[in-house]
Design a protein around this ligand. Structure first.
Ligand SMILES: NC(=O)c1ccc[n+]([C@@H]2O[C@H](COP(=O)([O-])OP(=O)(O)OC[C@H]3O[C@@H](n4cnc5c(N)ncnc54)[C@H](O)[C@@H]3O)[C@@H](O)[C@H]2O)c1
Length: 313
């Protein structure tokens, strides 16, 4: 079976590609490298350096993918405010383009990378898939609209889908910018010998899911869970202070963070319930926070030959 991965040279997409290869799928990647990198891709993977906002019929006609895993997107919440038009083209128009080509070329299923940002401020925790969708960023809004296009396409074109709403993904290859890259941000600061910056008191919580677990969820979604939405998170609330403590344990030395004033509009607590993914995708996260952070720190140590500098506080 052949899988086309959009955004396969990116952080999450590149881990999905590896998981697919391990599961014996044939993989083709399309990516314009706007934030992705060739070094993230295994050399045996067939790669198209193309923009998915442009017509993809030739690519689909040539490759005839059985499945599409659609990761390519504008992923920065802050950029969605400064350039909402680009965010809309990337997250809605490009998704529509993928749906049209997928329907035309009889793709069996499209798996879509959505986000917990579609929920906005949670009314209750843990957030389940029945929670209202009320985004408070343009990024959340465009992802929520892309979901609606996907659902309507399923009706009008008989195109099967799975929508995966990711929590805060972390792990090797994450850039220190973009959506919810707090782990990568902290590690980048520590490499430079600078104290990590916490906005607020650090007691705010998030659901940190390891990237290899997210990759497994995407592969599980190819075969399971027809036309459903799934939360992909751990179900565990972790505070920003706990992340600092765990990084200190992993690095074997104390970390002195700098506290800044809380940012306006930041959500206090967020955690996703993952029961539906457990029962219908037969997926659950395997990596503990500690194991995930260990693998992430090891990756950045290899990438930075001078290692982690002592924090100057
Ligand atoms: N990182 C997270 O915590 C998180 C959380 C929720 C959802 N998501 C979603 O997961 C997906 C992957 O995110 P990521 O963190 O790996 O980001 P990323 O920026 O590392 O990956 C996105 C990839 O898409 C490519 N791309 C972007 N626009 C393109 C275009 N027009 N044509 C072709 N390629 C294009 C980029 O070059 C990059 O390789 C996104 O859809 C994102 O919205 C991420």
């Amino acid at each position: 079976m052949k899988v086309l991965v959009t955004g396969g040279a990116g952080f999450i997409g590149s881990h999905i590609v590896e998981e697919l290869i391990d599961s014996h799928y044939e993989v083709v990647v399309v990516d314009n490298l706007v934030t992705g990198h060739m070094k993230n891709l295994l050399p045996q993977v067939k790669f198209y350096n193309q923009d998915i906002r442009k017509n993809l019929d030739d690519l689909f006609a040539k490759e005839k993918p059985d499945y599409v895993i659609h990761q390519a997107a504008q992923v920065s919440v802050s950029q969605s405010f400064t350039d909402p038009l680009y965010d809309c083209e990337e997250n809605i128009v490009a998704t529509l383009n993928i749906l049209q080509s997928s329907a035309k070329h009889k793709v069996k299923k499209v798996v879509f990378a959505s986000t917990a940002a579609v929920y906005g401020n949670p009314s209750y925790l843990p957030i389940d898939e029945a929670h209202h969708v009320q985004p408070i960023s343009f990024y959340g809004l465009t992802k929520a609209h892309a979901e609606k296009y996907i659902k309507l396409f399923a009706h009008t074109h008989n195109l099967e889908f799975s929508i995966l709403r990711y929590a805060n993904v972390f792990g090797p290859r994450q850039d220190a910018h973009g959506e919810a890259g707090v782990v990568a941000l902290f590690i980048e600061k520590l490499i430079r010998g600078e104290p990590p910056v916490i906005f607020g008191d650090g007691k705010q919580t998030r659901d940190f899911v390891f990237v290899k677990d997210v990759a497994r969820a995407n592969v599980a979604a190819l075969e399971n869970g027809k036309n459903e939405i799934f939360n992909i998170g751990t179900g565990q609330e972790t505070s920003i202070n706990e992340i600092i403590d765990q990084l200190a344990i992993t690095l074997g030395r104390p970390i002195q963070a700098t506290l800044h004033e809380a940012r306006e509009g930041d959500i206090r607590s967020s955690v996703l319930q993952n029961y539906r993914a457990q029962s219908m995708l037969r997926w659950e996260p395997c990596y503990s926070l500690r194991e995930g952070l260990l693998q992430t720190v090891q990756f950045y140590k290899q990438e930075n030959p001078y290692g982690f500098q002592e924090v100057i506080s």
